[in-house]
Design a protein around this ligand. Structure first.
Ligand SMILES: [Zn+2]
Length: 368
């Protein structure tokens, strides 16, 4: 006997999401962290495992990713390719292949309709001119402001209250089950899209600008990364192998994106004038990819490595060390932490996403 669709759980991710401000690594313990089993199947890997198992579902066999187009500071081609690149990084790191990637369908749209449940995830740079999406998303973010002051012979600037750059969450699923055995699910449906949203108060640029902004990536390595990026953009078929090869290049270079150039120039102006400034609003300028990679990480169920929540699965990371004084385990070497602007996935990220895959497989086996 079958029940009609009976959602007995709703994923917290649809309302909770994960805000991404700036945390201080020095005050938190760093481990990998991800959503627990009962919330993991809304992730892309959860969806893949559902498809692989043949479980009955209402979303079909294509995993659609809407990428909202027509932004002012990053081209459609770059935003689309960088989105694909982030997906390939997380999937490859979790042990998935070109066959799995072929189930994904990335497409540009001037407006990603959040109510269209045939779409698994929307990737959006919030935009106040976008009424439908903007109204909802604009409230997530605030303009950045900087304050600077001279202190004991030095000059310091800081962002007021930190800056929230993005927000991300997995899709939400519900299921119906057999009354004779509620652990066995008869059908799965999607009841909310996943999303990765970037702030409308930042001028987002493409990855090569982030490479240019990092002094350590000047010279042959940076030039090669930029040339290969340009080449990828020209490819008609940006397939798994080509994107994975580029991901390997970024990893080999241990590439980190440059800092906000607007903050730096305001700092320099204020320091040269020797004048304090208070809460001056400005628009940060960042290459988007490290934030995209992090927010898309949230859509994969990854949580903040430097701030594991009580309801997450956590584990010690590969490069975790124990601070002998505070007795806290910590590592700054993670995309899901805030220490550095990684544009590749670290060993810690790999351990975390591998755990997501393992947890997803267990969850599917439990309910198949
Ligand atoms: Zn985050």
């Amino acid at each position: 006997m079958k029940f009609p669709l009976s959602p007995i759980f709703l994923l917290a991710s649809i309302v909770v999401g994960s805000s991404c401000g700036q945390l201080s690594p020095s005050t938190s313990s760093l481990e990998y962290a991800h959503s627990p089993g009962n919330r993991i199947l809304g992730t892309p890997i959860g969806h893949l495992e559902i498809l692989r198992s043949g479980m009955s579902n209402n979303f079909g066999d294509r995993l659609k990713i809407c990428v909202e187009s027509e932004k002012t500071t990053i081209s459609n081609a770059s935003l689309l390719m960088e989105t694909k690149l982030a997906y390939v990084m997380w999937l490859k790191s979790a042990g998935y292949s070109a066959v799995d990637f072929s189930k994904f369908e990335f497409f540009l749209s001037s407006k990603c309709n959040r109510q269209d449940l045939s779409i698994m995830t929307s990737i959006v740079i919030a935009d106040s001119s976008n009424a439908q999406v903007g109204e909802e998303y604009n409230t997530l973010f605030s303009p950045a402001a900087i304050s600077c002051q001279a202190l004991a012979g030095s000059f310091r600037c800081s962002s007021d209250g930190g800056i929230t750059l993005g927000w991300g969450a997995a899709a939400s699923l519900s299921h119906s089950y057999f009354v004779s055995n509620p652990e066995k699910w008869s059908n799965i449906s999607r009841n909310a899209q996943g999303f990765a949203i970037l702030s409308q108060y930042v001028d987002w640029t493409s990855l090569p600008a982030g490479i240019d902004g990092n002094p350590q990536l000047q010279g042959a390595v940076g030039e090669s990364l930029k040339a290969k990026y340009s080449h990828l953009l020209t490819l008609e078929n940006q397939n798994f192998e080509a994107l994975a090869a580029y991901a390997s290049e970024l990893e080999a270079a241990q590439a980190v994106s440059g800092e906000d150039t607007q903050f730096q120039s305001l700092f320099q102006q204020s320091a040269q004038a020797g004048s304090s400034i208070s809460s001056v609003t400005y628009r940060p300028k960042y290459a988007a990819f490290h934030v995209l990679l992090h927010e898309i990480g949230h859509t994969f169920g990854m949580m903040h490595a430097d701030n594991p929540k009580g309801d997450s699965v956590t584990g010690a990371s590969a490069t975790t060390t124990l601070d002998p004084i505070t007795r806290q385990y910590s590592t700054p070497i993670s995309t899901m932490a805030y220490a550095d602007q990684y544009v590749y996935l670290t060993a810690d990220d790999s351990l975390g996403i591998s755990s997501v895959a393992k947890t997803s497989r267990s969850e599917v086996a439990l309910h198949k």
